[in-house]
Design a protein around this ligand. Structure first.
Ligand SMILES: Nc1nc2c(ncn2[C@@H]2O[C@H](COP(=O)(O)OP(=O)(O)OP(=O)(O)O)[C@@H](O)[C@H]2O)c(=O)[nH]1
Length: 388
């Protein structure tokens, strides 16, 4: 296809149209998904699958790899696309567009956006053991960005691919006493977790690893996969940062006889978890008055921006000295019946009215993932609504 030619969007099949069904504003933006994951966990396998399968979507994939790996991957994709030339941008038989670039992802995306209209979704692979947090916050409500690429792109979600065999070991080795390791940051910052290579691990150890992942990130659905075989609609078009329902649909799991079936985790929800410096806290939030929602907003602001618990009790802040939030999500129900969604990445957050009210949940939920999330954090939160 000629560079100057502006292709029209393809007609989507019914399933596809559901996936990409957005309002006018969202339609004008191209959703972007970040893929991160452990070394050798199966990121390239997932990308190759997307680039070669007939799924009806035109997805631009940015392989942001260094050195030899990028070359190897480019060749592999060329073979898959029936011997196309090795180009910076490669159109593939299934309508996808591959961009293999060793530069920073941003430069690649800028180039890509000049071809806007030629694809419906962007997948950005991050290098090796990269923390997705900074890049996610760049694409999400960044004020400087809003006048540039942010006008054209909306962050859809972060996928983290975890190795079912070596994942637990990698998490252990990645730990240092002072900082949260990159692999744990990846899990913490993910909206979707792919637990891959489940064919190589015993069902028991896959269960153990899945429980570990759920402990670290209780808000992300976990899909167990073999060779990253996952229904594409489960990982793209999830709108994890939009004002929409945000928690895994339910803890009931889908059984499949086929090993490649993915399933949602179904263990009881942990309410507090701590592993090698990283912790998560899941708090049930009762129906709130508008006043309490404002107080909750202030609480979130103080914790995210100042790294401390609100109030004057010094003992609280002593204990919470290492308080830091990597990711937070919440759904709050007001006594008026309206629902509000909290989304936060690092120090950036928003609390906005939910676009799609799905049924009337009897209560809300708040998930915090970060460091220093001990029982005093929960107590401090619960005091907000205790006096209602
Ligand atoms: N048995 C088995 N092998 C897998 C599976 N997924 C990927 N592999 C193989 O594992 C190896 C590593 O997979 P990649 O997709 O290259 O992993 P990656 O995350 O892109 O690796 P890096 O970019 O080097 O970090 C390859 O040889 C894959 O064919 C799986 O589910 N089961």
């Amino acid at each position: 296809m000629d560079d100057d030619e502006v292709p029209t969007l393809i007609t989507q099949e019914e399933e596809a149209s559901t996936l990409l069904e957005h309002d006018e504003e969202k339609l004008s933006k191209v959703p972007l998904t970040i893929i991160c994951g452990f070394l050798g966990a199966g990121k390239s396998t997932l990308l190759k699958r997307i680039l070669t399968e007939q799924h009806g979507f035109r997805i631009a994939v940015i392989m942001n790899e260094f050195g030899d790996t990028a070359d190897i991957e480019a060749k592999t994709i060329n073979v898959a696309s029936e011997g196309g030339e090795s180009e910076e941008f490669l159109e593939l038989a299934n309508g996808c567009l591959c961009c293999s670039i060793k530069d920073t992802g941003i430069a690649a995306i800028e180039k890509l956006m000049q071809r806007k209209g030629g694809f419906d979704h962007i997948l950005l692979e991050t290098t090796g053991l990269a923390d997705p947090g900074p890049i996610a916050s760049l694409f999400w409500h960044n004020e400087e960005f809003a006048t540039g690429l942010g006008r054209d792109i909306s962050l859809d979600g972060v996928i983290c691919v975890v190795d079912a065999v070596f994942g637990p070991q990698q998490m252990k080795e990645d730990q240092t006493s002072e900082t949260v390791g990159e692999s744990l940051r990846q899990i913490a910052g993910a909206d979707i977790l792919l637990l891959n290579k489940t064919d190589l691990a015993s069902p028991e150890s896959v269960d153990t690893t899945a429980a570990l992942l759920r402990g670290i990130n209780p808000a992300a659905p976990i899909h167990r996969t073999v060779r990253a075989n996952v229904d594409i609609s489960k990982i793209l078009g999830v709108r994890a940062y939009a004002a929409a329902p945000i928690f895994p649909p339910s803890r009931t799991h889908v059984h499949g006889n086929d090993e490649q079936d993915h399933e949602h985790e179904h263990a009881p929800e942990p309410t507090h978890y701590e592993l090698r410096g990283i912790s998560s806290l899941l708090v049930a939030v009762p129906v709130l008055s508008r006043e309490r929602l404002d107080a909750l907003d202030e609480w979130v602001r103080t914790v995210l921006w100042e790294g401390r618990l609100p109030g004057n009790a010094s003992d609280e802040n002593e204990s919470a000295s290492s308080l830091s939030i990597l990711r937070c999500k919440g759904l709050f129900v007001l006594d008026s019946g309206s629902q509000y969604v909290l989304q936060g990445v690092r120090s950036m957050y928003e609390i906005v009215e939910a676009e799609d009210v799905l049924g009337i949940p009897d209560a809300g939920k708040l998930v915090l993932i970060g460091t220093g999330l001990d029982s005093r954090v929960r107590d401090s939160l619960e005091r907000i609504w205790a006096s209602q």
